[in-house]
Design a protein around this ligand. Sequence first.
Ligand code: IMP
Ligand code: MG
Length: 171
Amino acid sequence: MNLLLDAVQLQGRIITLAAEIERDYPPDEEIHLVGVLKGGFMFMADLIRAMSSRVTLDFIAVSSYQQSTRSTGEVRLLKDVDTRLEGRHVIIVEDIVDTGLTLTYLQDILRARAPKTLRTACLLSKPSRRLIDVRVEYIGFTIEDKFVVGYGLDFAERFRNLPHIAVLDQG
Ligand code: IMP
Ligand code: MG
């Protein structure tokens, strides 16, 4: 495996991203972060600690990959959020946007709950693989078409614990 982004690079970018997000909302209004399990949990944990405004959080779980490095194109909702989104400033917090299928699905179902605003923050983006032109307001890093693991991202449930992002060798 080859190192792509080390822990210092990740933290630095996340601090900037948190500041960008906070600048975009009125200071007295609550921001509700919806983390996408499982991959988004580490990004969520660091992003929320870099924010000083009023924030609340929840998680949603979807599955789109069956132990493969290519999307099956089918998105399944495994766990819904616990609280109502109506009238709230909602930000989806996801690990990576690849084809865009997962985020399009999530944005559609969350938008239907009438949040006051709905935006998306993704740590990584692989634009060359996009099948749907999904809107992502906050992107940490744009990367090439390589399968990456670590910092929450897995291959067959492995490597989520790495504190950095690495490129998986696909021999
Ligand atoms: P999309 O629906 O194709 O945009 O895929 C998004 C989901 O696929 C992400 O939430 C990840 O869970 C997974 N994914 C896409 N690319 C990678 C990768 O390079 N490493 C690990 N997971 C990935
Ligand atoms: Mg994911």
